[in-house]
Structures are given as C-alpha cells and as structure tokens.
Design a protein around this ligand. Sequence first.
Ligand code: G3P
Ligand code: MG
Length: 261
Amino acid sequence: MEIYQPKPLQSHPPFVVAHRGISGKAPENTLAAFSRACETPGIDMIELDVRLSKDDRVIVLHDRTLQRTSTGNGVARHYSVAEIKEFDAGSWFDPAFSKERIPTLDEVLALVDKRRWVNIELKSDFFFPEKLELLERRVLDCVMNFGYRDHVLFSSFNHRMVGTIKRIDPRARTGVLYNIYRDYGRMPSKLARRVGAEVFVCAKHELSHRMLRDAQQSGIAVHVYTLNSTAVVGRMIEMGVDGILSDVADDIVKFVKNPTA
Ligand code: G3P
Ligand code: MG
C-alpha cells in the first residue's frame, strides 16, 4: 500500500492541495470527492472542514447549516451523527452522487489511510462559540487514534484554536488562515509566530510580494486558495508559494508537477 512520505511544508514545486476534495467534479467534503483525490497521482494533500454534531462527534462540513450541501435543514450542531446520516449530501451537486453522506472525520481518515496529507480546517462561529477547546480536543483525539499526526496540517481562521492545538500537541503542524478584515497590515510571520504555526494560508488576491518575502525570510510556508486555472497557478508558482489549494487539483497537478508538458 502506498504511504505518503511527509516532506517539508516549504516546498518547490508547491504542494497540490485538493480543496474540499476534488470538489469541482464531486460534491465537496464527501468520500467521493476525497477518494478521487487519493486516486490522482501527485496530489499531496486533501483539505477539509470540520465542526461538531449534536453528540459532539467531528463531522466534515463547510457551512454551519445543512441546506446548501445536503437535503438537511438548519444548524448541523442540532443534529446527531445518526440524524445527519439520513441526509443526501450529493444530489445537490449531481443526482449520480445521491448515495453520498456527510462524513465523520474518522471515516475520511480511514479512507485516506495515510496516502495523502490531510489539512483539517477547524471551523468556528463568532456568534455561536463552542465550549472551550472542545472541537480542538475532539479533532486531536481522532487524529491520534488513527496515528495520523505526521500526516496532518491543522488550520483555522480562529487563531486561538490553532494555538490550542499547538499547546496540547507541540508536535502538531499548524497553519493560520488570513482574514483580511481582521488581519490587514499584519505580516505572515507575526500572525504565525503568535500561535507557533508553520504555515500561513490566504486567498490568492490577498497575497503581496512583501507578505511572501516576510514569510520566506521567517521560514513560514505560504499556501494559497482557491486556484482553478493554470494561468493563476503559473503566476503563483513564479511568486514562489509553497502550496496551492484547488477545486480541480486533479487537473492542476499535471501542470504544477510538469509545467512544460
Ligand atoms: O483552508 C483554506 C480554505 O478552505 C478557507 O476557506 O471557506 O474554503 O473553508 P473555505
Ligand atoms: Mg476550508
């Protein structure tokens, strides 16, 4: 069985990261989207979003609510995993995916089975904060149970959560997500160092040469989202980023790993 050998997070050519799986061709954050990413040679990492169910289990879901990406309605936190499993998480994308369900983090880690890095993005909600450290501890428990620590990058827009992960497990690799409204004017090194993170993640239009230079001089890797065309990917490779998140990582990977082909 193929086991992915971890490599340094500062990387050229950059890491190719399947954003919410191959979410351009299968419903985002489902096993269908993740298995496509595992089956595509050269993809380094799979990004996914996590939050908690009513019974405090870690589920893989981007939005706070269910209705955009499933047949469920309302706030996911109000449903147990058993209830969430009733909802169809694929038909909104294409009826061919009607069997897809919202996965638990356990199910995804079992599927990926160390064939790729996993970037676990912890979601938090300013208006509905979780019990202190609950999501962080639940996520770390899953990762430790699967012996997956050396294959995971933990990230969040909520930098307190990133700091908590690092405090509980100083060996964890972590990344801070840039919120331009909150963080504008602060350099990547400052944001990352405050919570001991190794990676700075931002949207493609938010990255300046100055920010990139600052990160490179401080040994902080820079990952950029969401790049779905080779023209933009080419510009970002030229700038020298270390990771590229794409909804069509299966297409982008050929270009990144072999730009002249
Ligand atoms: O982790 C990078 C990216 O996924 C952050 O934005 O909204 O796609 O989770 P979002
Ligand atoms: Mg995300």
